[in-house]
Design a protein around this ligand. Structure first.
Ligand SMILES: O=P(O)(O)OC[C@H]1O[C@H](OP(=O)(O)OP(=O)(O)O)[C@H](O)[C@@H]1O
Ligand SMILES: NC(=O)CC[C@H](N)C(=O)O
Ligand SMILES: [Mg+2]
Length: 492
């Protein structure tokens, strides 16, 4: 997952894009970039690091113009190099800057087609650069030099026919405006917002509605699966569904971990969905352990699990205690690119308050257990702090399968629950007891917020991939993107 944002404003937009990206920072900590249109010129600045490291105020003020897009990256394809930071740019048939959140599952086939049939050279290993070139090619087909909404919608339908995977995208087309679109299954989120100012009507598009709250925009609605939204330079809005018939399957992991709790995705409050996850998990704990569960305190592993832990504690009738303190100057561990860095940062990031553990039976709660990096270390910390028994609850089911739609969990062999029973994971983590949310309960916790949602991308829990995958793709992903493959590439 990356964070993307685009604004067609009435005045300069760079500082709003910058502020928007800082609010989407939790979606990608590795690289950031902003592109704006200044008259007939594209202004683009991007680089590796957090938004605040990539930009200074002088740099932001050079990004002139009232139309622009921004991106913060968490790599799921290619390398972590600066040349793969986004937005990407092509100069034909139009100047197009492009920001993508998600991951394609047919990148290599498209790359070959682009080169051999469409005569387009792709310069990096990024799937996003491939997708941009597919868009550029589709815009070029039947191009008469004056883009119309009909032409753009046809081009997006062409993109949907060729690209497979998760993609939420915003393209800035020089001399035209913004084009945003979402994959036919609506796997990755994308929302549309507006702001009415003294100078006129402004539109924004972003990965999460929280960006609108901070910028003073009103959330209008989610962009539909397969839909394209055009906001022209003149501020006209055009929308159309450009792919029909696909199952709407938003990524359930957005609700578990990726999104901020103060966002609304698919008209579901992420915060309320997490509260319901906590309640459902409490019901399971009561079913399994009975009312005499012996738990003295519920301790969340900050930050993401706190919402679910609060409702879980209340439903169990046990106090929730802040037994672990987080250093907020260290980023999210899970989205760091290497396992060595992840392991070190858990200990640097979280510290135990001993008195909340000493001689107690504690239930540690996390939103999810993926590689087990966090849980393994925290369980040990709880023991070192003198806990009598360390129980562990995960608000998500066991993560047993790779994610291929924009979350960097490419290798089943790195997932602590892959090929293990719950008892075996309990042992591997060193917990005295371990409980996972059931998948049906997780689905219900989210779907209760919007009865129209009947399907989700739950692939990392179920191994079912809504787009389908070609034979050998998962093995190839693992070979290319496992931590050991990345380490080899770094040291080569
Ligand atoms: O099993 P693991 O591989 O350790 O992954 C799961 C952990 O990683 C995430 O925390 P993270 O530190 O990224 O972010 P947070 O502060 O938002 O919880 C998530 O909330 C879990 O705590
Ligand atoms: N997490 C994402 O959305 C990543 C976008 C794109 N696949 C990249 O690696 O840059
Ligand atoms: Mg966490």
């Amino acid at each position: 997952m990356c964070g993307i944002i685009g604004i067609v404003g009435t005045t300069e937009v760079a500082s709003a894009l910058y502020d928007g990206l800082t609010v989407l920072q939790h979606r990608g900590q590795d690289a950031a970039g902003i592109a704006t249109v200044d008259g007939a010129r594209l202004r683009l600045h991007k680089g590796n690091g957090l938004v605040r490291d990539v930009f200074n105020s002088a740099g932001v003020s050079k990004l002139r113009g009232r139309i622009g897009i921004g991106h913060c990256r968490y790599p799921t394809a290619g390398s972590e190099g600066t040349d793969e930071a986004q937005p990407f740019y092509v100069n034909s048939p139009y100047g197009i800057a492009f920001a993508h959140n998600g991951n394609l599952v047919n990148t290599e086939a498209l790359r070959k087609e682009m080169f051999e049939d469409d005569r387009r050279h792709i310069d990096t290993d990024s799937d996003s650069e491939v997708l941009l070139n597919v868009l550029a090619h589709e815009l070029q087909v039947d191009d008469r030099g004056d883009l119309t909404p009909e032409h753009v919608f046809k081009a997006i339908a062409g993109v949907h026919a060729r690209a497979r995977g998760g993609y939420a995208c915003i393209a800035l087309v020089l001399g035209y405006g913004l084009i945003a679109f979402r994959d036919p299954n609506g796997i990755r989120p994308l929302v549309l917002g507006e702001r009415i100012t003294a100078e006129g009507h402004e539109y924004a598009i972003a990965s999460e509605s929280v960006a609108f709250d901070v910028l003073g925009f009103k959330r209008i609605r989610d962009i539909e699966p397969g839909e394209a939204v055009i906001v022209t330079e003149g501020g006209e809005l055009h929308t159309q569904r450009c792919a029909e018939g696909a199952v709407h399957a938003p990524c359930i992991f957005e609700y578990v971990y990726l999104a901020r709790p103060d966002s609304m995705i698919e008209d579901v409050s992420v915060y309320k969905a997490r509260l319901r996850m906590g309640e459902k998990l409490a019901e399971k704990i009561l079913r399994e352990r009975g009312p005499d569960h012996g738990i003295d305190a519920v301790i969340p592993i900050p930050d993401t699990s706190r919402t679910a832990a609060s409702s879980l504690a209340q439903a169990l009738g046990v106090p929730m205690r802040e037994g672990l303190v987080k250093n907020h100057y260290i980023g999210r561990t899970f989205i760091m690119p290497g396992q060595g860095e992840r392991v070190k940062s858990v200990r640097r990031k979280l510290n135990a308050i001993e008195l909340e553990f000493r001689k107690k039976n504690v239930l540690l709660v996390d939103d999810s257990i993926v590689r087990g990096t966090t849980s393994r270390q925290i369980i040990q910390m709880a023991r070192d702090a003198g806990a009598k028994n360390v129980y562990f609850a995960s608000a998500a089911p066991p993560v047993r399968y790779p994610n291929i739609y924009g979350i960097d969990m490419p290798a089943a062999s790195e997932l602590v629950a892959a090929g293990r029973t719950v008892e075996e994971v309990e042992k591997a983590l060193g917990a005295d007891w371990l409980v996972y949310q059931d998948l049906e309960d997780l689905i219900q916790a989210v779907a209760d917020g919007n009865e129209e949602l009947t399907h989700f991308d739950t692939s990392c829990f179920s191994g079912e991939y809504v787009t389908g995958v070609d034979a050998g793709f998962l093995e190839q992903q693992e070979a290319m993107r496992s931590d050991s493959a990345k380490n080899e590439r770094r040291s080569a």
